[in-house]
Design a protein around this ligand. Structure first.
Ligand code: AMP
Ligand code: MG
Length: 403
């Protein structure tokens, strides 16, 4: 059995070795959010394209605008104005934020530090050379790399692309992730369940998680716990880049996922991880697809998706796997857990103190989805700990859709 860290590293290594050359498509910039860039984006000109004033005030020669000195104001420059005349010695010119500083001027004095009497501007403070001016080309020179291939496009990256006029972006196609729930007890959410049936909520949670992680969810019809039905539906799922199954990976007589996959030629990289929930998680490769068998209990499915499936989606999206964003918080209520496995307990982080405080939520185990709606993180209890006192620093994994 592997630790969750080692299991994750295996997912990363296998995904990298099979990622190959991913297909690309051209997207309008407004549709590209969350995609991975598949081209270089270069600056089309210098940034800023002119010496830009960062304040509303007066463009001056620093040596002339000394404390208590006065200069005659000869006009004004607005953002967008064409500036061709240099600033004559002995004068200043009113200037707005974002406007071009005229030749000859080498500082901008904030309006707040001046007094005006008709055309005479008096300076209340000493003026430093270059103050409140961003020189042309200081952010980027024409031809500089602005965005590199492999970057995930968030709002900042899209803004840079917009700034340099890249209105269409070549991106990697998002990986397609087939979702196959299993279980004779599972019925579609549009049907009313019999007294001993449950609705297929996992296909909904996996669809949402895949979308958020940057994949294209491809939900399949639930498979019964029978070799023939399971094989037929797995066959469909193997057409996509990744197949995620829920249920059927534990030790029960009707947990057939692993044996059916094996019969179809799957190679397994792990089939157990030292975590709770999520111990029977399976990861392998079958034909041209990665296959994850996640335990069926809804919270197990969610935790194991975040730990193991996200890095595969990242890599097949053409970007580096995002790190697992574990951080430390102070335990607010004492903890008692069985040792032996690393626990991921639904928990609530609270930032009212200067240091984040975390407490585990009372829950009924990994079938208890409603507790998760109050959780914004999982508290990670190491395998060798059973009692943790209040005040100790503990590790926390944020829910990736909440924090
Ligand atoms: P399994 O991993 O197949 O043993 O499933 C464990 C438990 O997870 C089952 O008893 C169900 O209560 C629950 N479960 C399995 N599949 C689903 C599903 N698609 N949606 C919601 N709950 C499920
Ligand atoms: Mg089952």
């Amino acid at each position: 059995m592997l630790s969750f860290e080692d299991a994750r590293q295996l997912v990363i290594a296998q995904s990298k070795s099979h990622a190959g050359i991913r297909p690309t498509l051209g997207l309008p910039i407004t549709d590209a959010l969350g995609h991975t860039l598949a081209q270089e984006i270069r600056a089309d000109r210098d940034y800023p394209p002119f010496n830009r004033s960062t304040r509303d005030g007066y463009a001056v020669r620093a040596t002339e605008a000394t404390q208590t000195a006065s200069l005659r104001c000869i006009g004004e420059i607005k953002a967008g104005d064409t500036v061709s005349q240099p600033l004559s010695p002995g004068t200043c010119i009113q200037i707005m934020t974002g406007a071009a500083v005229p030749a000859g001027a080498d500082a901008v004095v904030m309006i707040e530090f001046t007094r005006r009497s008709n055309e005479a501007i008096t300076f209340e403070r000493a003026t430093q050379l270059g103050q409140n001016i961003v020189p042309r080309g200081s952010e980027a020179h024409a031809g500089d790399l602005a965005l590199q291939p492999g970057l995930r496009l968030g709002f900042a990256e899209l803004t840079v692309a917009a700034q340099v006029g890249a209105s269409t972006l070549r991106c990697h196609k998002k990986p397609r992730v087939a979702i196959l729930s299993t279980g004779d007890e599972v019925v579609p959410i549009t049907e009313s369940p019999g007294p001993f049936h449950i609705r297929n909520s996992n296909t909904v949670s996996l669809t949402a998680q895949i979308q958020l992680a940057g994949g294209v969810p491809v939900p399949l019809v639930n498979a019964l716990d029978r070799v023939d039905d399971l094989s037929a539906k797995i066959e469909q799922g193997l057409r996509d880049d990744i197949l995620v199954l829920s249920g059927g990976v534990s030790m029960g007589k009707y947990d057939l996922v692993e044996s059916v996959l094996k019969g179809m030629g799957a190679e397994f990289f792990f089939d157990a991880v030292t975590i709770r929930p999520g111990k029977p998680t399976v990861f392998g490769r079958c034909r041209n697809a990665f296959v994850f068998g996640l335990p069926g209990n809804p919270v197990s499915t969610m935790v194991t998706f975040q730990l193991f499936v996200i890095p595969a989606i990242d890599i097949l999206s053409g970007t580096a796997p995002r790190p697992l964003p574990l951080f430390e918080a102070t335990l607010a209520e004492p903890l008692h857990e069985k040792s032996g496995l690393t626990h991921f307990l639904p928990a609530r982080l609270d930032w009212t103190a200067s240091v984040p405080q975390v407490s585990a939520l009372r829950w009924q185990g990994s079938g208890d989805i409603s507790t998760l709606t109050r959780a914004n993180c999982f508290l990670v209890v190491p395998a060798d700990r059973s009692d943790i006192p209040v005040g100790e620093r503990v590790s926390v994994l944020p829910r990736f859709d909440v924090l």
